[in-house]
Write a protein that binds this ligand. Structure first.
Ligand code: PNS
Length: 161
């Protein structure tokens, strides 16, 4: 039987406990998950793409069917090239749905070859947004309840003089 690959795409800037929760849940549903780290050269990220990939790899080390790739360009094109049967996205709150649905429908027009699967994180992670984590970090706040320990360590190291 052919392997059923799902992509879990995102900016992961940084990878949060909510992302980890979704990767873990997705890993039980598909043969293989590729966490697909988006490279967007028009945006200045907190962490460069290769660092984000390394950190996702470290955080998902205990999930044997999860690997990490980076991609640039359209997700629909990347999903076609990888032969993915699904794209997984986390839905934290109802507010996420409108944007996610717009993106999923546009992507389906570009490549109608996979299903978009929305997964809910556990309640404790429902309010975790990478943008909020970036903001708290920028002001020197405590992000330890939002991100896995490798990400915490990397961001703390980046802050040291
Ligand atoms: O973690 P994010 O920032 O919510 O992830 C968004 C991401 C990277 C999945 C989305 O912006 C994306 O797929 N970017 C690649 C370019 C693309 O295909 N855009 C969507 C066309 S509708």
């Amino acid at each position: 039987m052919t392997e059923r690959l799902a992509l879990f795409p995102g900016s992961f800037d940084p990878f949060t406990l909510g992302h980890l929760d979704i990767a873990r849940r997705a890993s039980t549903l598909f043969d293989r998950i590729e966490v697909a780290v988006a490279v967007n050269r028009s945006k200045q990220p907190l962490l460069p793409a290769d660092r984000r990939c390394d950190l996702v790899r470290e955080c998902t080390r205990d999930l044997p069917n999860v690997s990490v790739v980076s991609f640039e360009g359209l997700l629909a094109d990347f999903a076609r090239v990888r032969g993915a049967v699904a794209v997984v996205r986390g839905l934290r709150q109802v507010g996420d749905f409108e944007y996610e649905m717009r993106m999923a429908q546009a992507n389906r027009r570009l490549h109608d070859g996979y299903e978009t699967v929305f997964l809910l994180p556990s309640e404790e992670h429902a309010a975790v947004h990478a943008s909020i984590v970036r903001e708290i970090h920028a002001w020197g706040g405590d992000i330890s309840s939002f991100v896995p320990s490798p990400v915490l360590a990397a961001l703390a190291a980046g802050r040291r003089p």
